[in-house]
Design a protein around this ligand. Structure first.
Ligand code: NAP
Length: 305
């Protein structure tokens, strides 16, 4: 039997991956938070994926971190702020040569996870697929996209990419995954916080062209300073293009705030400001943006980390 996929986190992306792998006949196990969540999952009878308006349920076996089976392949599908602790609980179960696939947005959580499991190979992912939870254990596949996977320390692709082909998960092995993660982080920093502060869709930033351009200038400086010149190339043009192409959308940070959910600020804008400080780079507009966003989150009673 082929190596099971253990999926940590039964949220939007975890469900999107788990259900497509199960549909392709791959062995999948779902790891949920605690025994209460496990009982709720079992009562629901599985995970439901809604695609093109059609719902399909998959009775994927569930377990908690404390279950005994060794793990060889772990898809980490928690939010960035939960990943380190969630993986630390699983460290004793990792088999020799285990591989982790980290789906977290932004930067910072990947290094924190890798430090918890020095014996394992950590592969980072950057995805443009979109999904959201319609309720517990039920996820809507909202936006088709692509997932880039890569390991900055080891350029050879893993054999299980074949499972993704069989499961119809569009992907590409990337030898410059850090560049992709930095580029996505920079796009996020230039767009998402401003959509929250101006209370607008992405397209609303067309009225704040100067503010966006100033941030892009500082982000370009940051990327160049931390050895990511490819991620810096034509950043301002791409930000303008994304604002235009996604004008009708609400950014993920906007949606988190609108639903009173914790944001991933520490792994996005917060990470950018931290790295700038480490390089003694003075980026006043980026720092001011962070302060404004933190104050706004506090005013709404939301965490700012
Ligand atoms: P999500 O829907 O909030 O799902 C996260 C899941 O992790 C939840 O089900 C949560 O459990 C679970 N979890 C947290 N701690 C856990 C633990 N210790 N043990 C087991 N499960 C645990 O998040 P998401 O939208 O899938 O996002 C995951 C990551 O992918 C984020 O970094 C996000 O930025 C990135 N991403 C998401 C999308 C998207 O379209 N959704 C697209 C690209 C990138 P509970 O259900 O018990 O709370």
């Amino acid at each position: 039997m082929s190596t099971p996929w253990h999926v940590l986190g039964a949220g939007s992306l975890g469900t999107l991956w788990a259900t497509r792998l199960a549909r392709a006949g791959k062995p999948v196990r779902l790891i949920v938070r605690d025994p209460q969540r496990l009982a709720a999952y079992q009562a629901a009878g599985g995970l439901t994926l809604v695609e093109h308006g059609q719902a399909q349920r998959f009775n994927i076996p569930g377990e908690t971190a404390e279950s005994g089976e060794p793990i060889s392949r772990l898809l980490v599908a928690c939010k960035a702020y939960d990943a380190e602790q969630a993986v630390a609980r699983l460290a004793p179960r990792l088999a020799p040569g285990a591989e982790l696939i980290l789906l977290q947005n932004g930067l910072g959580s990947q290094d924190a996870v890798a430090a918890q499991v020095p014996q394992a190979r950590c592969i980072c992912a950057s995805s443009t697929e979109g999904a959201f939870r319609e309720g517990d254990w039920r996820v809507v596949f909202a936006g088709h996209g692509y997932t880039w996977l890569g390991d900055s320390g080891h350029p050879v692709a893993p054999i299980w990419l074949d499972d993704l082909v069989d499961a119809g998960i569009p992907h590409e092995w990337s030898t410059d995954i850090l560049t992709r993660l930095w580029r996505k982080l920079a796009l996020n920093c230039a767009i998402n916080p401003l959509t929250v502060l101006h209370d607008c869709r992405n397209g609303g930033l067309q009225d704040h062209h100067c503010e966006v351009a100033t941030l892009c200038g500082e982000l370009t400086e940051l990327l160049e300073r931390c050895g990511q010149p490819a991620a810096a190339q034509d950043l301002a043009q791409e930000v303008e293009r994304v604002i235009h192409a996604t004008a009708a959308n609400y950014s993920s940070m906007y949606q988190d705030v609108a639903h009173q959910r914790r944001t991933e600020i520490s792994y996005l804008l917060g990470y950018a400001c931290k790295v700038a400080a480490r390089h003694q780079l003075n980026l006043p507009h980026l720092n001011q943006l962070q302060q404004r966003l933190i104050a706004h989150l506090h005013s709404l009673g939301l965490p700012s980390d």
